[in-house]
Design a protein around this ligand. Structure first.
Ligand SMILES: Cc1ncc(COP(=O)(O)O)c(C=O)c1O
Length: 408
């Protein structure tokens, strides 16, 4: 039946890692694989009360179709929430999407033709890679330093694309506690990337699911708030700050014509995002406050992150060039293993030892990164984290020993 497939789907790969990680759903496996938010961070009691009331008393509205742009109540609540963060937007600058994954799909639909170039980090978010691939976008990887995307490498890649006559459209950045690496883009680099985008007339897609989950260190302004010529489109999802199951996010642009293209793309995709879900989120923001909620949930992640870095320190081999990030927020720690260790090959052995992670290579659009892995600390308890890292360290130690023996 493959003759019926579109070229676009034929070229899109099912994520091999997601398939492998299905194995990790067995209860005795400690999985650092999934990037799921901690369930104890969900405001379930409050949402249950709001849902009962909204469906009972406001059913004609919330069980109806809504506008493509999204509920006014939700967008207004969002405007109020963002203002103290220095993000000055109007309701009309916002499009409610069926979470940020749809936002990525809409960006591709609205702004890219097959073969157009997007610049993205090495590594970058796997779901974005999948969306870009489905639209046959040319993904050009840019090196990540400890303070985010390398500006020098971005310049070099732009020069290469120009020499090859490619059409460059945009830069995709996850500025705070990036998925998968946990790396944060410095203020200076945010500024430099905006300058480059202006010079080359590129759009900047600022995808920021984790910035509000900062539990230490100084906040850095969003690129959207620093942008003077409205070329940044920002995606802010509810998935990590409230809950993932409502499937809600807001996409923000100060350019009415960009918004118009996005609205047209969304109309053909799903007409509108669930109105009920939008109202649940809006009422939660208005009646309980998202900032109060964030104050409660940040310590949950801080404790887990500390448990993981402490365990890495305690158990991982120290003298093999292994290193990891220590993010001040978000859900992920990134580990570099010694050269020659392939984390995808090692995953099967880790699963035998009842521990799992995401091998890094799939998040490198240039095919590198085989010696890297992503560890998510969000959905395990501190005790499970300690035990899981202990098991993982044993697997890594055995892997290194096998490589050394193999090379003799
Ligand atoms: C960087 C990034 N963008 C987008 C998403 C998609 O999130 P959602 O569709 O739940 O908003 C994720 C999810 O993990 C992510 O890490």
């Amino acid at each position: 039946m493959k003759q019926h497939f579109s070229k676009r789907v034929s070229g899109a790969k099912r994520s091999a890692i997601r398939e492998l990680l299905k194995l990790t759903e067995q209860p005795d496996i400690i999985s650092f694989g999934g990037g799921l938010p901690a369930p104890e961070s969900f405001p379930h009691e409050e949402l249950a009360d709001i849902a009962y009331k909204e469906i009972k008393e406001n059913y004609a509205n919330v069980l109806q179709y809504g506008t493509t742009e999204g509920s006014r109540t939700l967008r207004d609540a969002f405007v109020q929430w963002l203002a103290p963060q220095g993000i000055d937007v109007k309701r009309e600058d916002m499009l409610v999407t069926t979470a940020s994954q749809q936002g990525l799909d809409l960006l591709c639909k609205a702004f890219f033709d097959p073969g157009d170039v997007i610049f993205c980090g090495l590594p970058t978010y796997l779901g974005a890679v999948q969306a870009f691939s489905l639209f046959q976008i040319d993904k050009v990887g840019v090196q990540l330093d400890d303070d985010g995307m390398s500006v020098d490498d971005l310049e070099a890649k732009i020069a290469e694309c120009k020499a090859a006559g490619k059409t460059m459209k945009g830069i995709y950045v996850i500025p705070d506690f990036q998925n998968p690496s946990g790396i944060t883009l410095s203020l200076e680099k945010r500024q430099r990337i905006l300058e480059i985008a202006r010079r080359e007339d590129l759009l900047v897609f600022e995808d920021n699911p984790y910035g509000h989950l900062r539990f230490a260190g100084e906040e850095i302004p969003s690129m959207y708030s620093m942008d003077t010529d409205k070329r940044v489109i920002m995606l802010v999802t509810f998935s990590k700050v409230m809950c993932a199951g409502l499937r809600l996010a807001v996409m923000i642009t100060g350019q009415p014509d960009l918004m118009d293209a996005l609205v047209r793309a969304k109309q053909a995709t799903d007409l509108c995002t669930s109105k009920l879900n939008q109202h649940l989120a809006a009422r939660y923001m208005l009646d309980y406050g998202l900032d109060q909620h964030l104050e409660k949930i940040r310590p949950i992640y801080r404790e887990k992150r500390e448990a993981m870095t402490n365990a890495l320190e305690r158990y991982m081999p120290q003298d093999e060039g292994i290193r990891w990030t220590e993010p001040d927020g978000g859900l992920f720690i990134w580990v570099w293993l010694p050269d020659g260790v392939d984390s995808a090959e090692m995953l099967g052995r880790a699963i035998e030892h009842k521990v799992a992670y995401v091998p890094g290579a799939a998040t490198y659009v240039d095919g590198s990164g085989h010696n890297t892995m992503r560890l998510s600390f969000s959905s395990s308890t501190p005790d499970q984290i300690d035990e899981g890292i202990k098991r993982l360290a044993d697997v890594v130690r055995a892997e290194i020993a096998a490589k050394v023996v193999g090379s003799l």
